[in-house]
Design a protein around this ligand. Structure first.
Ligand code: 6PG
Length: 257
């Protein structure tokens, strides 16, 4: 993965790229390496996609040469970290975005796509998605170990649909919860989201963050002593897995080495 690297204050690896296009290339390279490393020793790869707009360029690259041809997509299983409670063809649907730029472009078997059913009542969608994850990983596991979880971050430090002040941040047992969402950032619709124990059980977590508007939150997260963790993003700390920050220079603009 090209790009300047620097160790961050919370022992995660931080890669800074010139701009969002170069960041997308770095992220696609990281994802491909994780896939190849994993599929060399096991026969399937469970990747949890982030929603929002930042990853669109990453998914578009993954579906294009040379990344597309470098992966046996029949071995890849796609999940989501969260979903807006809208139909799958709604402009706000995270599933729709990934479907447009990635899933429809690669040879992914339909049974390998594990979407959150945003069109049904949120609590039912959460329960249904938890069953889908459990079916993939086996119900005997305390928490599922995704091979890679991609996360974006909001300016407020939210990740997935775990927003500051939400009780969902403190969930310790359930893998998936439904949350009301009637305050910015938009869209102001209920969400379904995985919980922090699921995120922190992953083998790899990649935070992909771009833009100057997020620079102060990125800097605060990478330099805040663990004891004062108040933002959801500050609670991302894989138990055994790897955490990497993939940033553009704008988002990294307030990090002091
Ligand atoms: C969502 C995402 C959310 C997103 C951040 C960053 O459903 O919106 O899961 O957590 O990653 O809000 O979004 P942008 O990439 O659009 O800034």
């Amino acid at each position: 993965m090209s790009g300047k690297s620097s160790a961050s204050a919370i022992n995660s690896k931080t890669h800074v790229f010139q701009n969002i296009e170069v960041l997308a290339g770095g992220a696609a390279g990281y994802i491909l390496s994780a896939m190849q490393e994993t599929l060399a020793v096991q026969d399937r790869f469970a990747m949890m996609l982030s929603g929002g707009s930042t990853p669109r360029a990453v998914y578009t690259l993954l579906a294009s040469s040379p990344y597309k041809q470098a992966v046996d997509w029949s071995q890849v299983h796609i999940f989501w970290g969260d979903e807006r409670c809208v139909p799958p063809d709604h402009p706000d649907s995270n599933y729709r975005m990934a479907g447009e730029v990635l899933i429809s472009k690669v040879d992914l078997p339909a049974e390998n796509v594990h979407r959150i059913r945003g069109e049904i009542p949120p609590d039912q969608a959460a329960a249904s998605y938890e069953i889908a994850i459990s079916s993939y990983f086996g119900s005997e596991t305390a928490f599922p170990h995704f091979d890679l979880i991609l996360l974006g971050m909001g300016e407020d430090g939210h990740i997935a649909s775990l927003f500051p002040g939400s009780p969902a941040i403190n969930e310790t047992a359930r893998w998936v919860v439904a949350v009301d969402h009637d305050q910015p950032p938009p869209p102001l619709v209920s969400r379904v989201t995985v919980t922090l124990p699921v995120i922190n059980a992953a083998r790899r977590v990649a935070l992909i963050v771009a833009g100057e508007a997020k620079a102060s939150t990125v800097a605060a997260t990478l330099t805040t002593p663990e004891k004062s963790l108040v933002l959801p993003v500050q609670r991302v700390n894989p138990v055994e897995g790897e955490l990497v920050w993939l940033l553009d220079e704008a988002a990294a603009g307030q990090i002091t080495n």
